[in-house]
Design a protein around this ligand. Structure first.
Ligand code: CMP
Length: 227
C-alpha cells in the first residue's frame, strides 16, 4: 500500500472505500506543495479542482471591496476544500491561503464527479461534512447578529476547538492560536476586543493562555455558557 493510499484512508470522505478504490484515487490525483502565505485559490476565479490537505493548514477568507478581510475558517490535515465551485459550476466562493507550508492532493473536477457517481458512500460523507459546515455558518450568523463581545470571541474559540483543537479529559488545547488580528477577522470585532476578552476569560479561569497555546479548561461548561 502506498503512503498516499495510507493517507486517503484517514480522509473522512474516503474512509469507507475499499483498498483498490483508494489505490485508484491515489493515481488520479496529483500532489503539490504550497509555501506559507501563498495563495491557493482566489475568490471569484473559475474553479476546476478539489483539494485535500495532506499536511499543513489553510485559511479560508473573503475580502470586502475596501480590503477588509473576514476569516470564515481554518482547515487542516485530511480536510478538503474547493468542492463548491466544482458542484455548482460557479466561481470560487472564497480565497484560500496557506497559513503554514502545506502539501495538497488535487483531484480534477470530472474525476471527482465520477467518484461521487460511482461511490455513494463518498457522496454521503461529503453531504455530512457540508452539513457540519452549514451548522458552523449558522452558529456564526447567530453570534454576529445576537451576541455581545464575549459571545463573539467564545464562538470563535469554539469553532477553533472543533477545527484544530485536541480534547483530553475535558480540556481542549489549541496548540497554535491564530494572531489576534486574525481572531478579530473571524469574530467580526476589533483586535483590542479580542485581547481584552481573552484576558477576561483567563482571569475567570475559563481559558489558560501560554504564548500562542490556548486551553479551554472546561469545554462542556464553556459550550453551555456561550452556545
Ligand atoms: P470553492 O468555492 O470552490 O472555493 C473556496 C472554498 O472554500 C470552497 O469551495 C469551500 O471548499 C471553502 N469554504 C467556503 N466557505 C467555507 C466555510 N464557511 N467553511 C469551510 N469551508 C468553506
Amino acid at each position: 500500500m502506498s503512503s498516499l493510499t495510507d493517507f486517503l484512508l484517514y480522509v473522512p470522505i474516503f474512509a469507507d472505500l475499499p483498498q483498490e478504490t483508494l489505490e485508484k484515487i491515489s493515481k488520479i490525483g496529483t500532489n503539490r506543495t504550497y509555501k506559507k502565505d501563498s495563495v491557493i485559490l482566489m475568490e471569484e476565479d473559475a474553479g476546476s479542482a478539489l483539494f485535500v490537505i495532506v499536511r499543513g493548514k489553510v485559511k479560508i477568507s473573503r475580502t470586502s471591496n475596501d480590503g477588509r478581510e473576514v476569516i470564515l475558517t481554518y482547515l487542516t490535515d485530511s480536510d478538503f476544500f474547493g468542492e463548491m465551485a466544482i458542484l455548482d459550476g460557479m466561481t470560487r466562493s472564497a480565497t484560500v491561503i496557506a497559513s503554514e507550508d502545506s502539501e495538497l492532493f488535487i483531484i480534477q473536477r470530472d474525476d471527482f464527479l465520477n467518484l461521487l457517481k460511482d461511490h455513494p458512500e463518498v457522496s454521503i460523507a461529503l453531504l455530512q461534512e457540508l452539513t457540519k459546515r452549514l451548522r458552523a455558518a449558522d452558529m456564526k450568523i447567530k453570534s454576529l447578529s445576537l451576541k455581545d463581545a464575549e459571545g463573539k470571541v467564545a464562538t470563535v474559540l469554539l469553532q477553533l476547538a472543533d477545527d484544530i483543537g485536541v480534547i483530553k479529559q475535558g480540556i481542549v488545547e489549541i496548540e497554535k492560536l491564530p494572531l489576534q488580528q486574525d481572531l478579530a477577522n473571524m469574530a467580526g470585532t476589533s483586535r483590542e476586543t479580542i485581547s481584552r476578552t481573552l484576558h477576561s476569560f483567563a482571569k475567570k479561569g475559563l481559558v489558560e493562555l501560554d504564548g500562542s497555546k490556548l486551553k479551554i479548561m472546561n469545554y462542556e461548561q464553556f459550550k453551555e455558557l456561550f452556545a
